[in-house]
Design a protein around this ligand. Structure first.
Ligand SMILES: C[S@@+](CC[C@H](N)C(=O)[O-])C[C@H]1O[C@@H](n2cnc3c(N)ncnc32)[C@H](O)[C@@H]1O
Length: 337
């Protein structure tokens, strides 16, 4: 009898990416065997970053509310709607119009009917005060015939040198989805492992220039213990032997509730200064050849907003794996029939 050969789809799965930012989630999915067909974002500096790194991607630079998808045969819709209104790092204004952009995500899903969807957001979306939004997402998925699951993943459990907890919703049109299992539980990558080789080597093009601080600030930071927070700056000096604290997009809020403009990353573990954009990108597991465009503030925002690439890759491998298994099963059935 002739041996039966299972035909497994080896070509990349087609991704429509919403709220793409500088492409952390997309890059992870690319590593996992998917390719971005269209990327949508309204931040011109983030779009500059995308065009620089992936000139072949089709980028819709504008408000998602004006985006009418013409693309066909989308396998996976991915995206992380803005989270400033939900984030426990921000003030969490419930009437912030950005809180409702998940509806735009679901509108696009309804139009393109992908086989799978992945929605990422801050873990605060699971908090009671934001419950209506999560319920809204689940209701919309149910109405569109998706089976779904969701959970909070810690990026550190997936090889990212950073503690970053994110809500991930995974939906499938066929079959019952599961969540990815941690790959690095109990063996986290540390800040030292991620940053040690970057000492010196400063280079503007590489987004790696040491910030200049007033001498009294540098003196104060030099006295901080690893993991200790500076009460004025409200950021910790990183502990070199642990994963980093969460890298944030904006400045957050100062001691008097005032908004801190600009890039306000954690304090370097063994130098009395802030991290550079490149160091923050390393802690987000971006590869060194991924360039960031725009002002330093814009670059910091892009990096802090991103899904860590290695977390994106783990989610991508899991989702691509579920689709490949479905394709292999289908091919098997066709051969048997
Ligand atoms: C949390 S970030 C996404 C980060 C991205 N997933 C990554 O891994 O790099 C949210 C993105 O949504 C974009 N955005 C916010 N409002 C938008 C809108 N109305 N239309 C399109 N994009 C929007 C922001 O510019 C930002 O880049």
């Amino acid at each position: 009898m002739k041996e039966k050969v299972l035909k497994v789809n080896e070509s990349p799965y087609r991704v429509l990416s919403l709220f793409t930012g500088c492409g952390g989630l997309d890059l992870g999915f690319e590593e996992a065997g998917a390719e971005t067909i269209v990327a949508v974002d309204n931040d011109f500096e983030a779009c500059k970053t995308l065009r620089h790194n992936r000139p072949e991607w089709n980028i819709f630079e504008g408000d998602i509310r004006d985006y009418n998808p013409a693309v066909r045969d989308v396998d996976i819709v991915i995206g992380g709607p803005p989270c400033q209104g939900f984030s426990s790092a921000g003030k969490g204004d419930p009437s912030d119009p950005r809180n409702f952009l998940w509806r735009e995500y679901m509108r696009v899903v309804e139009r393109v009917k992908p086989r799978a969807m992945v929605l990422e957001n801050v873990s605060a979306l699971t908090h009671k005060k934001n419950g209506d939004h999560l319920t809204g997402i689940m209701t919309a998925l149910e109405a569109q015939g998706y089976n779904f699951t969701y959970g909070v993943l810690n990026a550190a459990d997936f090889g990212v040198p950073q503690a970053r907890r994110r809500l991930v919703v995974i939906g499938l049109r066929e079959g019952v989805p599961t969540m990815p299992e941690p790959t690095h539980a109990g063996r986290h990558v540390t800040v030292r492992q991620a940053l040690a080789d970057l000492d010196g080597n400063f280079d503007e093009e590489f987004s790696h220039m040491p910030p200049k601080h007033a001498p009294h600030v540098a003196a104060r930071w030099a006295e901080l213990d690893p993991g200790e927070t500076d009460p004025n700056y409200r950021r910790a000096r990183l502990d070199p032997d642990k994963p980093s604290t969460t890298i944030r997009a904006g400045g957050g809020y100062g001691p008097k509730g005032d908004h801190l403009a600009g890039f306000h990353p954690p304090i370097h573990p063994w130098q009395p200064r802030q991290l550079t954009v490149r160091e923050a990108a390393r802690l987000q597991s971006f590869p060194d050849d991924w360039a960031f465009k725009g002002s330093k503030t814009a670059q910091g925002r892009q990096v802090g907003n991103a899904v860590p690439v290695k977390l994106g890759e783990a989610i991508g491998r899991h989702v691509v794996g579920m689709l490949r298994a479905q394709d292999a099963e289908k091919s098997d059935r066709e051969q048997t029939a």
